[in-house]
Write a protein of this length. Structure first.
Length: 317
């Protein structure tokens, strides 16, 4: 029985995660705790191949992928940025990094690196590429935009986080797209975006674009929808975001039998400007229902478990 357990893919996955988190608690020169754990797990997955069990939870789906996360140029050393980038490309992993999120980041980078902006600095290090997912990309010069476009970087806009933290709001989606970058939408983390609601992020993005560009037609809803779906899928290397033969059957079903869709206007206008995420009645991933009629299997148990974990966390003020 013990031999069977050791051979099982569930045990292998548990062992990798356990070792990763153990390593994450060890102080390693140049590595933050969370980054070291993720790199360790990614190393095993990249070297030995994905050993995630085919049946995951109640859904029989693999619902996550691994990337290398370089937090930002101001929190990670140049040596580690170079090492992580080389490691990611050697193991065919995506690279996620926060870039040009605030004016302070831009000014401090220029002061520390001979006048180079964060984008120019990453370009000089050879980091930029189509495998890079660059969160924020908010404080950009024309040359920054040209570089991001030339390298086909995936630029992710996080309007709710950017405005909550007063980082800024003048995201150059049009200029980046025309330059050749892949522009996507995100939420950032729950500490700065709270509900992680993509539909809310879509509406806020559209409103701010109209306001600062002084143009009510500044961001067409079809383009906005692409930024939130197919462009994000492209950034992650996933065959999803559109209903097409050969693609993952990832679909959300929207309940239009409510006041939010009473307007005779186009569906996208009602969906983005009027509705909210509670109108999503069902969610299908990989052809399997993860939520049906607003019900998630074992939802009560999941919430109870989450609250139990939160109770164990020692919040230090």
């Amino acid at each position: 029985m013990l031999i069977d357990l050791l051979k099982s893919s569930y045990f292998s996955l548990f062992l990798i995660v356990a070792l990763g988190f153990m390593l994450g608690r060890i102080k390693i020169k140049g590595l933050s705790l969370d980054v070291s754990a993720v790199i360790f797990i990614a190393l095993l997955f990249g070297h030995f191949g994905v050993i995630i069990p085919k049946e995951l939870g109640n859904f029989g789906l693999v619902l996550f992928i691994f990337t290398i996360g370089i937090h930002a140029i101001y929190s990670v050393s140049e040596e580690l940025i170079l090492w992580a980038t080389e490691f990611a490309r050697r193991h065919n992993l995506k690279i996620h990094i926060h870039v040009a999120e605030s004016e302070r980041e831009d000014l401090e980078c220029k002061a520390a690196h001979g006048g180079l902006s964060p984008v120019e600095y990453l370009d000089a290090l050879g980091v930029l590429g189509p495998d890079v997912i660059a969160a924020h990309t908010l404080w950009l010069s024309e040359h920054d935009i040209e570089l991001l476009g030339r390298h086909h970087v995936n630029c992710v806009h996080n309007i709710n986080s950017n405005t909550k933290l007063s980082s800024g709001y003048k995201f150059k989606w049009k200029e980046l797209t025309e330059a050749g970058a892949n522009v996507c939408l995100g939420t950032d983390g729950c500490a700065s975006s709270n509900n992680l609601d993509m539909l809310e992020a879509m509406k806020t993005t559209a409103l701010f674009q109209k306001a600062w560009r002084k143009d009510p037609s500044a961001l067409p809803l079809k383009t906005l929808m692409e930024m939130a779906t197919v462009n994000g899928a492209k950034a992650l290397g996933l065959k999803t975001g559109t209903i097409k033969e050969g693609y993952e059957a990832d679909i959300q079903i929207v309940d239009t039998d409510n006041t939010f869709f009473l307007s005779p206007g186009p569906f996208l206008a009602n969906f983005i400007y009027s509705a909210h995420s509670d109108c999503v009645s069902s969610l299908i991933a990989g052809g399997k229902f993860l939520m049906r009629d607003r019900m998630v299997p074992d939802e009560k148990a999941i919430l109870k478990g989450a609250r139990g974990v939160l109770d164990e966390i020692d919040y230090k003020q």
